[in-house]
Design a protein around this ligand. Structure first.
Ligand code: PMP
Length: 390
């Protein structure tokens, strides 16, 4: 008789032979650019702590004050146990920040995407989803009773074609990441919204990586393009530096989600201390134009230098830089060599990215110094030559 562990071990072995095995590393210090990982001091180029807020004293103080008053967990879902004043304040703050009527918190960005997509589009509707959308959008589409049609990555001509062909459906929803998590590309939201108007579609944007980063005040892709989608989804776990997800939009939308989104209804709400820290973070973000400039100039420096060396990098203004390697095993070898040189930037492999598109995914923060960036670039050049990639 086949035992469960034997069967699972065979599947793990298969991952290992294909170079797709993953293990979780232990971070022993705060998420600064320089950290202790598994007992070794490394420079981290893989964190989403884009503005350095995850370890900002102002956020920590805000959380501590509320922690001692409200305790640790929130102890229940909001519809049964109620919510703290800090949940309410944070939702009001997010709505003002995103310039919408209202906002609703979820326990994570993943659950916000799943909640929206599984509850709003109905049977007889269609969801047009970018080919490279985040896993949580894919899972939300899978749970929806509407049909899903995939359009080519940020390809406006293909989206138009799919929209034309989807006029037979009752309603159309276009869903896209604002900044794509593995490619760092930015969705052309202005063009998407124009098309949506023409073909009577609703636009849903997951602004996980753009919130705090894009736009003069860090409001995200909407501010960057000067447009307003129907539904904005985001996370507090990246530039905001805390934890949790949100949806921003009309008051009716938020009322609907409170009554229909299962990932809201049946989830224990965020700890009040995290909500308080997130309120402090949003206030800081609005006034952090200089930090955003530093971040974007770090991005530009690394992108241009890697391209000059002969690496394939995609052109965008977002802090995610995929350095294309191709083969999964070669990508792991590259990442291991980086780590031997004190740089932590893991290889990204299938199924996260398509086969043959394995890469080193670098993320930059405003906290990386020019010395740290210089070391990164010097290592890339040396390892790239050693592995005959450049
Ligand atoms: N959307 C995108 C584009 C993401 O990159 C992520 C995080 N990897 C999420 C949603 C999920 O956010 P959270 O970590 O808050 O669940």
């Amino acid at each position: 008789m086949l035992m469960l562990d034997d069967w699972l071990s065979q599947r793990i072995e298969k991952c290992k032979t294909e170079g797709l095995y993953r293990k979780v590393r232990t971070m022993e210090t705060a998420p600064l650019p320089e950290m202790m990982v598994d007992g070794k001091r490394v420079l981290v180029f893989s964190s989403n702590n884009y503005l350095g807020l995850a370890n900002d004293r102002r956020l920590i103080h805000a959380a501590e004050k509320v922690l001692s008053k409200f305790g640790l967990g929130s102890s229940g879902s909001r519809l049964t146990t109620g919510h703290s004043i800090w949940h309410q304040r944070l939702e009001e703050k997010i709505a003002r920040f995103k310039q919408t009527e209202a906002a609703l918190l979820f326990s994570s960005g993943f659950l916000a995407n799943v909640g929206v997509l599984s509850s709003i589009p109905e049977k007889g509707d269609v969801i047009l989803s970018d080919q490279l959308n985040h896993a949580s959008i894919i899972d939300g589409c899978r749970l929806s009773k509407a049909e899903t049609v995939i359009y080519r990555h940020i390809d406006i001509a293909d989206l138009k074609k799919q929209l034309k062909e989807s006029m037979v459906y009752r309603r159309r929803f276009i869903v896209t990441d604002g900044v794509f998590s593995m490619d760092g590309t930015i969705a052309p939201l202005d063009q998407i919204i124009l098309l949506a108007k023409k073909y009577q579609a609703f636009v849903i944007v997951d602004d996980a990586h753009a919130t705090g980063v894009l736009g003069k005040n860090g409001r995200g892709t909407s501010e960057y393009f000067g447009v307003q989608p129907d539904i904005v989804i985001g996370t507090l776990s990246k530039a905001v530096g805390t934890e949790g997800g949100f949806v921003a939009g009309s008051q009716v939308l938020i009322d609907f989600l409170k009554n229909h989104a299962r990932t809201f209804i049946f989830q224990t709400s965020l700890p009040p201390s995290i909500c308080a820290a997130s309120c402090a973070a949003i206030e800081i973000i609005e006034g952090s134009e200089e930090k955003r400039q530093t971040l974007l100039s770090n991005v530009k420096k690394v992108k241009n230098s890697l391209a000059e060396m002969g690496f394939t990098v995609k052109d965008s203004h977002a802090p995610i830089i995929p350095v294309m390697i191709g083969d999964a095993k070669l990508s792991v070898l590259f990442a291991n060599k980086l780590e031997e040189n004190g740089i932590y930037a893991p290889a990204i492999r299938p199924p996260t990215v398509p086969k043959g598109e394995s890469r080193i995914r670098l993320t930059l923060t405003a906290e990386h110094t020019s010395t740290e960036i210089h070391h990164l670039l010097e290592c890339f050049q040396r390892i790239g030559r050693e592995l005959h990639l450049v």
